[in-house]
Design a protein around this ligand. Structure first.
Ligand code: NAD
Length: 572
């Protein structure tokens, strides 16, 4: 589907008129490609507001995944010779050449995990205000925060303030730049207060599983705040803070035992066993690789909570360390992924992207789509599974067709049957609920309970911003997509505890596919422009987000609903 307005804005007259008339001027987004895999325009600036709750070396180690030169910054001033941290060069990607004279940055990571009071919020301003003008086109701002503490309303207020800050910044930045807030469960909380596994949704709703026992608590080395100018400080520690680690579930009761609040259908096979939690750097690595790269071009204004103590890393299919894929360019090598609705649109692109990342892909779609499905499966070295996902025996049919146990299950199949409720007969209501929601619940339950999803597995469902904001003519569709979000938030903590599997959802906004091509022109144009990036997304944008959830290194990402909508005004 061609966005003619976007094309016109890139012509001479288009540029002139958009400027003169103040029309939306969508930036050319830098999306991931093999030729341009990293952000461009300068190094990544690593700032700390106040006193970090973490070991900055561990955080810095996770930044290696971005393939950028990292400079530990000074709140706007150029990195100077007084900086204790020297610029580090990533071993994984070509190093972007940085002139010592240049103050341009391609990304800013602001560690605000230690902010506990409103007064300390000033540090956010003094750290970011001086550097934002130097942020390159398509640049990234990631603010690292802590989970608001229900027992400390001052800390909770200060950390919640970051959400409003980041969402507003995302709307201000322009030129394809994005802003996100990543919340990390703090080390002290993970160590000293282990009784709950919390998966927090985007609206702050918690999904909770009870955990008995205590984690191994070790005192963290005392942090030393170092003033570095502009009000920001950098924290230097002499040792590494080890976050709380949930031991393998098959360990004797010395470690915490995770008890689901409501049991899933009992597994018929031996329950999957997880291998343990990740530490800070590993919890962040895959998320930094996504958010601080061109892979997240159409994701902005998101709040993502990471829990490094979740038992969802699983035994790696490759390499000896389950968290670090043997080949960072192919994190899914040796893994098997099933994608539903994969004959076309977003599902086909998800299948291509997971295959790019090394997965063996199984593509499922309705029997009528068999020719396209088989051709795509063949081109990806995968296999086609023509099947109506609403069939009562779909779960058994999938298990029978799988070449081996699944590592990644992507629920993407979806339909619309739009009409206002007063004009909507039951035969337009029911199929939408059945394809988009009931079949997702049925197959997930069946594949988990039958043991067909391996420990360390990833379930990714497809919601929609319509399920968050609602949409005229889409009571059926919005109900189904909101139901997907409900499923994810409820199931995620239990699936992690019982099966070592993460459950997350992607919530696309306006994505250029056949589904959106069918929308009437005026509404289609509104959908495209009413977001911070003033354009529609591409199936690749959704697929990259799914690939991040699917990454073996994303064991700390659970129960999250991440919108891929260019920060749409709908449901913001
Ligand atoms: P699409 O219509 O292009 O593709 C959907 C695919 O699902 C088709 O190949 C179709 O055959 C398949 N499918 C439908 N019913 C099925 C069934 N019963 N069994 C097996 N396969 C079935 O749609 P798309 O735009 O690529 O959307 C993919 C997903 O993303 C859907 O869940 C949709 O609701 C969601 N989504 C899309 C957008 C967007 O802007 N395109 C926005 C929000 C959410």
């Amino acid at each position: 589907m061609v966005d003619r307005y976007l094309r016109w804005t890139r012509t001479g007259p288009g540029r002139f008129l958009t400027r003169r008339l103040g029309l939306p001027a969508p930036a050319r987004l830098h999306r991931w490609s093999a030729e341009r895999p990293t952000l461009e325009g300068g190094p990544l600036l690593h700032l700390t507001a106040g006193r970090s709750a973490y070991d900055t070396d561990a955080l810095a180690a996770a930044l290696d995944a971005c393939g950028l030169v990292v400079r530990t910054g000074t709140g706007g001033a150029r990195p100077s010779s007084t900086d204790t941290a020297t610029p580090r060069e990533s071993p994984e990607s070509p190093v972007f050449p940085v002139s010592p004279e240049s103050s341009a940055t391609s990304a800013v990571l602001l560690d605000a995990t230690g902010i506990r009071t409103i007064a300390e919020l000033d540090e956010i301003h003094s750290a970011l205000h001086p550097v934002l003008r130097d942020l390159s086109t398509n640049g990234r701002v990631v603010v690292l925060g802590s989970v608001p503490d229900p027992d400390d309303h001052h800390q909770a207020a200060a950390q919640q303030a970051l959400e409003g800050f980041v969402r507003s910044l995302g709307k201000e930045l322009g030129k394809g730049r994005t802003a996100q807030l990543v919340r990390l469960r703090p080390a002290a909380e993970a160590e000293a207060e282990p009784p709950t596994v919390v998966a927090e949704g985007t609206d702050g709703t918690d999904g909770v599983a009870e955990v008995e026992g205590a984690t191994d608590a070790r005192p963290a080395p005392a942090p030393t705040p170092v003033a570095v100018g502009g009000g920001a400080t950098r924290t230097v520690r002499t040792g590494t803070v080890r976050l709380g680690v949930v031991p393998a579930l098959d360990d004797p009761p010395a470690g915490p035992v995770v008890t689901p609040v409501t049991a899933l259908p009992a597994p018929v096979a031996e329950p999957a066993r997880a291998t343990g939690g990740t530490d800070t750097a590993e919890a962040l690595r895959s998320t930094f690789r996504f958010l601080l790269s061109p892979r997240s071009a159409y994701v902005s204004g998101q709040v993502i909570t990471l829990d490094p103590a979740l038992p969802t890393t699983g035994a790696g299919a490759t390499g000896t360390d389950p968290h670090v894929p043997a080949d960072p360019a192919h994190p899914l090598a040796g893994r098997t992924a099933l994608v539903t609705g994969a004959a076309r649109g977003i599902g086909a692109t998800v299948a291509r992207t997971l295959a790019r990342d090394g997965a063996h892909v199984v593509l499922l779609d309705v029997p009528q789509s068999e020719p396209e499905l088989s051709a795509l499966a063949e081109s990806l070295g995968g296999r086609a599974l023509p099947l109506d996902i609403t069939a009562p025996d779909a779960g058994d049919a999938i298990v029978a067709a799988l070449p081996c146990d699944l590592d990644v299950l992507v629920h993407n199949a979806g339909i619309t049957r739009d009409r206002r409720l007063v004009n909507m007969p039951a035969d337009r209501w029911r199929p939408v609920l059945d394809v988009n929601l009931a079949s997702v619940l049925r197959t997930t339950d069946h594949l988990l309970a039958s043991g067909a999803v391996r420990a360390g597995g990833r379930v990714v469902a497809t919601a929609s911003i319509a399920g968050i904001a609602g949409n005229t003519g889409q009571t059926n569709y919005a109900a189904s997509k909101a139901g997907v979000i409900g499923m994810v938030r409820s199931l995620a903590p239990r699936a992690a505890a019982e099966y070592g599997v993460t459950v997350n959802a992607v919530a696309p906004g306006f994505i250029e596919t056949r589904m959106t091509a069918a929308i009437p022109l005026v509404i289609r144009e509104a959908g495209r422009r009413m977001n911070s990036l003033s354009q529609g997304g591409l199936p690749e944008d959704v697929a990259e987000t799914v690939a991040w959830f699917a990454d073996p290194g994303s064991g700390a990402v659970n129960g999250q609903v991440v919108r891929v909508c260019g920060q749409s005004l709908l449901g913001a």
